[in-house]
Ligand binder design. Structure first.
Ligand SMILES: Nc1ncnc2c1ncn2[C@@H]1O[C@H](COP(=O)(O)OP(=O)(O)OP(=O)(O)O)[C@@H](O)[C@H]1O
Length: 495
């Protein structure tokens, strides 16, 4: 059944863009098909305008308008800009622009299916159609950014995407800023308590957590020697079975300080540096006492394949969050490198999901996480470590790292600077697509990158389970407290 004609191409076209004079109202984000010069070209409606040569904006007398409308049939037009995306005949980009007068029709679902059905997991339907959009999961090796204004559907998208990746055997590690995945009923959930075990810290990482500046070479040397010796002695004690695990955490600072004393030497300068290191060591332990645990297994032994591994960091302060995220990123990358090199380490690829990414991969702050996120953005692909950064403040993200997120799922964004920033950080996103972002409904997204063959307007499937972290029902909680206080006071009277 041939679809009806919705309009004709007018004016000058290029191989990327054409203008249609429409016979009926058409919606943004709809796919259309143009057949000309033995090509069958798929296009996307990216803007629609309506007007009339007679009722134009120079009119300023409504009575004249009354007469015009009453007396005659008023010429009106609907124009639509079409972004030409794909030549279905040659399976490539269109090579020839459509001539004026070319008929335009809505694309048939069978034409669209051929383009969107090749991926391993379905994430939703093309907006306005029943065409399932499937994404190529291997393309996530080039990372993904999920960007949207608050309340537009980021968490729902993360839940749908990660659950379906786990169902095909994949391994995801979500840093759960709001505790919404940790308390959800996502399938294959593997909840992980955030713990920092200094045994798995490198001396440089430990020095960074102690805030020993890179140029404080004497402090760093003293710490490195004491820490390295402590770890060596600890390993020997573990191997000989002489470790009292219950005492490890409480003697950690003293054990290291006793080794610092050994490297004091007699120079005053060393003594001052050593004291500075000891102060920083005690401050470190106070600041991170709720996450330090020398008995905790390494994160790489807690991540499972076939799982949505979720680290609940919602109860931590942002410093501790940053320490956990940066450490876990480093351990996963190092372990995958080790596995690739020696066969020892994390045996399977991992997709790391960083929620509220603008906090950790900030454009302005030099966080601990930013350095490791940058390394993974640059080299993670070779080792099967990819990143999904999720943010409702795109302009707060580091632009270099954002530009390395080849794939993007962009839900509704209204803020003009956010839109501009996203456009500038994506070489596969055009102005006409970005201009649509304000008009997207909740759960509707533009998907671009290697995940899909062509830019796609997708209604993401609704996550069927329960997500935690939703907005509190304040009225309900107040009512409940009122009821309970009545019960308490009546029990007190009775007593
Ligand atoms: N694809 C969708 N289909 C239907 N409803 C959706 C979809 N995505 C999100 N919603 C609904 O919209 C609301 C907000 O969704 P969600 O929490 O995912 O947005 P968000 O961008 O993560 O918000 P926040 O920034 O507050 O975390 C929820 O009630 C959710 O059920």
């Amino acid at each position: 059944m041939m679809e009806q004609i919705v309009g004709y191409i007018i004016g000058t076209s290029t191989t990327q863009q054409a203008t249609m004079l429409a016979k009926q109202a058409v919606r943004l984000g709809r796919y259309v098909t143009l057949e000309y010069d033995d090509q069958k070209v798929l296009g996307l409606i990216t803007s629609v305008t309506r007007g009339s040569p007679l009722i134009n904006d120079s009119l300023d007398d409504v009575e004249i308008l009354d007469d015009i409308i009453f007396v005659q049939k008023v010429p009106r037009f609907i124009r639509a800009e079409i972004k030409l995306l794909y030549d279905l005949t040659s399976n490539s980009l269109p090579e020839v622009p459509p001539p004026p007068g070319t008929q335009v029709r809505f694309s048939q679902e069978s034409e669209l299916q051929s383009l969107f059905s090749e991926g391993e997991i379905e994430i939703g339907k093309l907006i306005g159609t029943n065409v399932a959009v499937r994404i190529k999961v291997n393309s996530l090796a080039r990372h993904l950014a999920i960007l949207a204004a608050t309340g537009s559907g980021k968490s729902n998208t993360v839940a749908v995407l990660t659950e379906r990746i786990s169902e095909i055997g994949g391994s995801v590690l979500i840093f759960d800023y709001h505790g919404e995945y940790y308390n959800s009923d996502i399938k294959n959930l593997n909840p992980i308590e955030p713990k920092l075990n200094p045994r798995y810290l490198s001396p440089r990482e430990f020095a960074t957590l102690l805030e020993i500046p890179r140029n404080a070479t004497i402090q760093y040397r003293i710490l490195r020697k004491a820490f390295t010796e402590y770890l060596k002695d600890l390993e020997n004690s573990f191997n000989s079975g002489q470790v009292d695990l219950s005492k490890l955490n409480e003697t950690f600072v003293a054990d290291i300080e006793s080794r610092i004393e050994k490297y004091l030497g007699d120079s005053k300068k060393n003594k001052d540096s050593a004291e500075e290191v000891e102060n920083k060591l005690e401050e470190f332990f106070e600041r991170y006492s709720n996450i330090i645990d020398l008995t905790a297994p390494d994160i790489t032994s807690r991540i499972r394949s076939h799982s949505v591994n979720v680290v609940d960091i919602s109860h931590l302060d942002e410093d501790s969050m940053d320490a956990i995220v940066s450490h876990y990123l480093r351990r996963v990358l190092d372990s995958r490198k080790s596995y690739k090199r020696t066969g020892n380490g994390l045996r399977f690829p991992v997709i790391l999901v960083i929620e509220e990414a603008h906090v950790f991969i900030s454009k302005t702050e030099n966080t601990l996480t930013k350095a490791w996120a940058g390394k993974i953005a640059r080299e993670g692909r070779k080792f099967g470590v990819s990143m999904v950064i999720v943010s409702q403040r795109p302009k707060g993200l580091d632009d270099t790292i954002l530009s390395q997120m080849t794939n993007k799922i962009i839900l509704k964004i209204v803020e003009p600077n956010d839109k501009k920033y996203v456009l500038e950080s994506s070489d596969n996103l055009s102005e006409d697509l970005v201009s649509q972002l304000s008009s997207l409904d909740v759960g509707e997204a533009i998907v671009i990158g290697n995940l899909v063959r062509i830019p796609s307007f997708v209604k993401i499937d609704k996550f069927e389970g329960k997500l935690g972290g939703s907005d509190p029902d304040m009225i309900g909680e107040w009512r409940k407290e009122e009821e309970e206080s009545k019960v308490r006071s009546s029990v007190a009277d009775f007593g």
